[in-house]
Design a protein around this ligand. Structure first.
Ligand code: ATP
Length: 386
């Protein structure tokens, strides 16, 4: 556990970057510092590895005051990743990653073996080992930055806006990679960002800073979205927090119906009967392998010959699907909003249709998790934007 006790930082010019910060950062979890520019996130982060020393208060790691440790030694036990990776331009990728092992006196063979292992872990290709940083894309350079920070297997990883210089698509994939890595490695990660979406996606816990170096709220991200502590936090989170909060609730408890799912070999007559029997204006047609083909609405069924096979008719696109076992209520809601039938198609890991759910049924499920005091743990919360 990393503990901040009444920690303040006043720079020599009088700027108070951090004001009496009290915070506990649990071991093996990801804690995100988020807030507008200049509110003391980076300064707080850098006080952990003594790149900045506090003017008041104590920062301790597992009970030991960091000021009792030699800064250089301390930094070898704490990985550090910054924006644009901060790689050494004249060193190859493999030597960049092996920086700390070299400092620790490892042999070249051992350091390079470790670096190769890490390249694979962060999704870099072996042939990239001998390249120089400028020969990699921004996203690849960030992966090198993460690999370098992990090289000596430090228990603590400090990440200062590591993904903010890459485009949104690469950024999303780096975030996914970090979630995957953390599920495997269980580091104590402190991650700084000014992006609340990134914070709620990555954080087990999110600390919102306000200008003047004060902590406004620290909470589980779902709780932060449900119950912002004050107007500042609510304004910072943004207007659509209710919908975003649905990311934390699984879609697997939704009442999926399969009675309006028919095969390509079924006839129009059977589809009309299904529509009549279930009072539903749509049927979903699936291929022989049960992957979705598309929607057929009542007017199209009325216009078609009764003995025509459903596979021979043009269907409306089913849009995007949600994965029943993994995705969140937010994904299911999105799929239903984009569906021409107003119904979301749920699939299994093989992409086969499990069933469909209408917006009205989704509405009931959303209503049941809508209370601010509801506890996501009791309803199988998902940890990220699944
Ligand atoms: N060396 C310094 N000397 C004087 N003031 C500083 C110094 N470093 C930071 N500051 C000031 O301290 C305050 C907090 O800065 P800090 O970099 O910690 O904020 P931040 O929340 O990380 O901002 P950003 O999101 O823009 O990186 C700012 O007002 C900044 O200008």
């Amino acid at each position: 556990m990393i503990t901040f006790e009444r920690v303040s930082k006043r720079f020599p010019d009088g700027t108070v970057a951090v004001a009496s910060l009290d915070l506990e950062i649990p071991t093996g979890r990801t804690t995100v510092f988020v807030g507008p520019s200049g509110c003391g996130k980076t300064t707080s982060l850098r006080m952990i590895n003594r790149m900045v020393d506090p003017t008041d208060g104590v920062i301790s790691i597992d009970g030991a005051d960091v000021r009792g440790k030699d800064p250089a030694e301390l930094r070898r036990t704490i990985g550090y990743v910054i924006q644009q990776a901060g790689l050494f331009p004249h060193r190859t990728i493999i030597d960049n990653i092996a920086t700390v092992p070299f400092l620790l006196g490892w042999s070249k063979a051992k350091a390079h073996a470790r670096a190769r292992e890490l390249m694979e872990l962060v999704g870099l290709l072996p042939e990239q080992a001998r390249r120089y940083p400028h020969q990699l894309s921004g996203g690849q350079q960030q992966r090198v930055g993460v690999a370098r920070a992990l090289a000596a297997d430090p228990p603590v990883l400090l990440m200062d806006e590591p993904f903010s210089a890459v485009d949104p698509v690469v950024r999303a994939s780096l975030q996914e990679e970090l979630l995957r890595l953390q599920a495997e490695l269980h580091k104590t990660i402190v991650f700084v960002t000014h992006d609340i979406e990134e914070a709620v996606k990555l954080g087990d816990s999110v600390a919102v800073f306000r200008p003047g170096g004060h902590l406004a709220q620290v909470d589980h991200p779902e709780r932060l979205l449900a119950v912002p502590a004050d107007d500042f936090v609510e304004g910072f989170i943004g207007y659509d927090r209710g919908v975003r909060r649905l990311s934390f609730f699984r879609a697997d408890a939704l009442p999926l119906r399969s009675d309006i799912v028919l095969g390509e070999e079924d006839t129009v007559a059977r589809a009309r009967e299904t529509v009549r029997a279930h009072g539903e204006p749509w049927v979903l047609v699936v291929h022989a392998d049960r992957t979705p083909k598309g929607w057929l609405g009542e007017p199209a069924l009325t216009a078609a010959e009764p003995d025509a096979l459903l596979g021979s008719l043009a269907t409306d696109p089913y849009g995007h699907v949600f994965r029943v076992a993994e995705d969140s209520l937010r994904s299911a809601l999105d799929a239903s909003v984009l569906s021409p039938a107003g119904r979301a198609v749920g699939v299994d890991a093989q992409g086969q249709v499990v069933g469909v759910v209408a917006q009205s049924e989704l509405g009931s499920a959303i209503w049941s998790v809508g209370g601010e005091e509801s506890d996501p743990a009791e309803r199988g919360a998902v940890g990220s934007d699944g």
